[in-house]
Write a protein that binds this ligand. Structure first.
Ligand code: HMG
Length: 391
């Protein structure tokens, strides 16, 4: 199969929350030795949404700079990927479409398969652009990762949204044709409709992820994919950053390569900076890895990057993208650092209060506390309808 594809990621922007909880504060509460968080799972802090933030406000905040740069004319499709959906019927993307003033001649849909959803959205977007290269597709991946208080998963929460503009002749990354796929029916992580927080079997989820690395890599080879040593770097789904290291070591072993520590660091080390301080952002996570890589790597021009997208349950895909000459002029490195730096630290009590909050379900008029300083906010709920504000 030819590697060529002139379709891919034209622009990439992300947003995260108003607040941040350092892992030192969580460790102070539960008595965990901080080394377990900083080294054992590779996390320093996690993004915590304000009472007036949700997947819609995060998604709109991520996409707004893309609209400001490229306009709305060519966007005829919005795909919103999430596993922390706010409505069983209406796509969160429709609220984003409205907040951003996109044209009415547009299809908007929500996609779900745990953390894999954004990759499905990207691949579907490429199919649409192939049909009509004049069109662009806005992919928004937005999630709030939430586990029970005082559970092992608690240290791997986080929240963020990534927006990507998919187009022909992309300015950042051309997505290649070969793709390795893997699906297996496992109950490693799930969230029944009646629950706010996910249920997870931690160790089972790690082995299910590693199985999926094997399965998708095997299929990638059978589909005519590149060999392992052609890649400049690998962006893995990062529920916690240590997982990228575990996954790459596993892949090297599976492919019969040596597992040298320095080689693993070279392959994934530049993809973890944003995830280490944001935490698990589910669908957005693998693309936050890409943002960190593009922002930090010296020069990736014409170099292939491997992507391993994993969503519990489980579906995974291994694919490759080639970095486009001139990509550096289109990066948002400063804005990315600012999105992280602008967060205000909360203490453990403040985080716990936000964690325990939920929107009233009585159908009455309720406003939410004005906490976020971001451009979009969830102003309240009335007659079971979420009310959003742009400023
Ligand atoms: P745990 O039981 O709290 O931790 O669960 P542990 O005992 O396994 O320790 C973690 C690591 O810290 C170990 O290292 C320890 O040795 C080390 P490892 O053996 O893994 O290399 N450690 C220390 N290191 C240095 N100094 C110390 C110290 N103490 C211990 N003092 C777990 C950890 C990640 C399982 C838990 O947080 C969890 O359940 N998280 C949620 C599930 C998850 O993230 N799974 C990942 C794979 S599934 C996935 O990625 C999909 C997902 O994103 C959802 C979706 O697709 O929608 C989750």
């Amino acid at each position: 199969m030819s590697h060529d594809s002139a379709i891919g990621i034209h622009d990439l922007s992300f947003a995260t929350t108003e607040f941040v909880l350092p892992h030192t504060a969580l460790a102070g509460h539960n008595g965990t030795e901080i080394g377990k968080y900083h080294i054992g799972i590779g996390q320093r802090s996690m993004s915590v949404p304000a009472a007036d933030e949700d997947i819609v406000t995060l998604g709109a905040a991520a996409a707004a700079p893309i609209i400001a740069r490229h306009g709305t004319d060519r966007i005829r499709t919005v795909v919103f990927a999430t596993e922390s959906s706010i409505d069983q019927a209406k796509s969160a993307g429709v609220y984003v479409h409205s907040l951003l003033g996109l044209q009415s001649a547009c299809r908007v849909v929500e996609l779900k398969q745990a953390c894999y959803g954004a990759t499905a959205a990207l691949q579907f977007a490429i199919g649409l652009v192939r049909r009509d290269p004049g069109q662009q597709v806005l992919v928004v991946a937005s999630d709030v990762s939430k586990y029970e208080l005082d559970s092992p998963g608690e240290a791997t929460q986080g929240a963020a949204a990534v927006a990507m503009l998919v187009s022909a002749d992309p300015a950042l990354v051309r997505i290649e044709n070969a793709s390795g796929l893997f699906t297996a029916d496992v109950m490693d992580f799930w969230r029944p409709n009646y629950r706010d927080a996910a249920l997870v079997d931690g160790q089972e989820s790690i082995s299910a992820y590693l199985q999926a690395v094997e399965g998708s890599w095997k299929d990638y080879g059978e589909q005519g994919g590149r060999s392992l040593d052609e890649f400049a770097a690998f962006c893995y789904h990062q529920p916690f950053t240590k997982m990228a290291y575990k996954a790459h070591r596993h892949l090297l072993n599976y492919a019969g390569h040596d597992t040298d520590k320095d080689d693993i660091e070279r392959a994934v080390g530049q993809t973890v900076a944003y995830n280490a301080v944001i935490g698990n952002s589910y669908t957005a996570s693998v693309y936050l890895g890409l943002a960190a890589l593009l922002d930090q790597a010296e020069d990736l021009t014409d170099r292939p990057v491997g992507f391993l997208s994993y969503g519990s349950g489980s579906v995974a895909e291994f694919f490759a993208g080639t970095v486009v000459p001139g990509y550096r002029q289109h990066l948002r490195s400063e804005a990315n650092l600012e999105a992280i730096a602008r967060r205000k630290p909360v203490d453990y009590a403040g985080y716990r209060e936000l964690h325990e909050r939920s929107l009233p379900t009585d159908g009455g008029d309720h406003s939410t506390p004005a906490q976020t300083t971001g451009r979009f906010r969830l102003a309240g709920i009335s007659n079971h309808k979420r009310l959003y504000q742009a400023r």
